[in-house]
Design a binder for this molecule. Sequence first.
Ligand SMILES: Cc1cc2nc3c(=O)[nH]c(=O)nc-3n(C[C@H](O)[C@H](O)[C@H](O)COP(=O)(O)OP(=O)(O)OC[C@H]3O[C@@H](n4cnc5c(N)ncnc54)[C@H](O)[C@@H]3O)c2cc1C
Length: 390
Amino acid sequence: MSTPGLDGYAEPWRKPEHDDLAEMARAFFLKEVVPHTARLEQQGHPDRAHYLKAGELGLLGLSVPEEYGGGGGDFTHEAVMLHEQQLAGEGSLGLAVHSGIVTGYLNAYGTEEQKRRWLPKLCSGEMIGAIAMTEPAGGSDVQAIRTRAVRTGEDYLVTGSKTFITNGYLADLLVLAVKTDQSAKAHGISLLVCELDDDAPGFRRGRNLEKIGLHANDTAELFFDEFRVPAANLLGGEQAENTGFYQLMRQLPQERLVIGVGAVAAMQRAVGLATAYAKERTAFGKPLVGHQNTRMVLAECATRTRVSRVFLDDCIARHQRGELDVATAAMAKLHLTEGQCEVVDRCLQIFGGYGYTTEYPIARMYADARVQKIYGGTNEIMKELIARAL
Ligand SMILES: Cc1cc2nc3c(=O)[nH]c(=O)nc-3n(C[C@H](O)[C@H](O)[C@H](O)COP(=O)(O)OP(=O)(O)OC[C@H]3O[C@@H](n4cnc5c(N)ncnc54)[C@H](O)[C@@H]3O)c2cc1C
């Protein structure tokens, strides 16, 4: 698909190897997964077989070192893969979380034993990863989580509940934010890596939540009632107890960048779809694109997409240098997701009534876009983070 306003643009960090990866990822998403979209939306979650196939092709854990079964690349490789997934219109596989976030936590903080135990299975697709911070009583105030882990001998007993967990219906491996010191706020949080087994006493999956969009990706509730997790599963080892909040804070800029990558790819796809439609569809005896307003709208959307892409690439380059600060990552998440919602909405308008029917991808994109302003820290919280740095 031609992408008006971006044709000929090359990311400053892009190398020939990224083009090969993009081609392979595009072929996988378009040929192997997208044809199943209607069925996957109906079932409300992806196929495990697609995770395994992605693993076989080397598309999972692209930034994980080869010694742990990964691709030996870096964040730019994850970004290219996620961009292609979004451009292909594939929304079932929760790769932004599985590869963009969970493997990142294990890689950054895991002990040698933890990395060897879990990373190869996440990279092969044998295990599906998830991360759980949000609780029914609140998601924005992470310090106020209530799920507690009480040390008893060699284990923790975990009690509490989490909600809105991406990949939660299928997940085998969960990075779980818990309170290990009830009397403390940020200083009392730890991250426990839980191997989820539906038969394990004290663990229960709740509903796979019905959402307005992202119908083929699972978002679930998880319940814990004295669920036993070995103390050895504390991310980073036992000495990392009560450092979970800082581990989270250091990873959140990458999580926000992952969301930004999806946002820009969605804008790019929306402009491409709307431009093609405006050239085909006629009104008042000429193509829509022959009407000045349509041309102006497309020109504005293409410009917004191009500028967003440049800002995203600056953030990716900063992240590569280890210089992406909290406020800049928050600006990226805020600006790019607001841009996505606006661009997709304006492009939908060009489709007229057809844009409101789910037969047209732009309608799905409209519903899918909305949550980008909510998860990964709401955009209101992003503004708080930016304001604090002023
Ligand atoms: C599809 C989907 C997938 C998700 N995936 C995950 C996941 O994988 N893991 C996970 O842990 N969570 C996940 N979430 C949860 C998401 O991160 C939270 O919904 C989000 O952080 C907001 O929390 P909340 O819903 O409890 O809203 P609340 O925290 O109750 O906030 C409600 C409203 O108040 C505003 N608000 C709150 N505090 C302030 C403030 N200080 N100043 C101004 N406004 C404020 C918020 O911006 C929001 O508009 C997901 C959510 C969805 C919908």
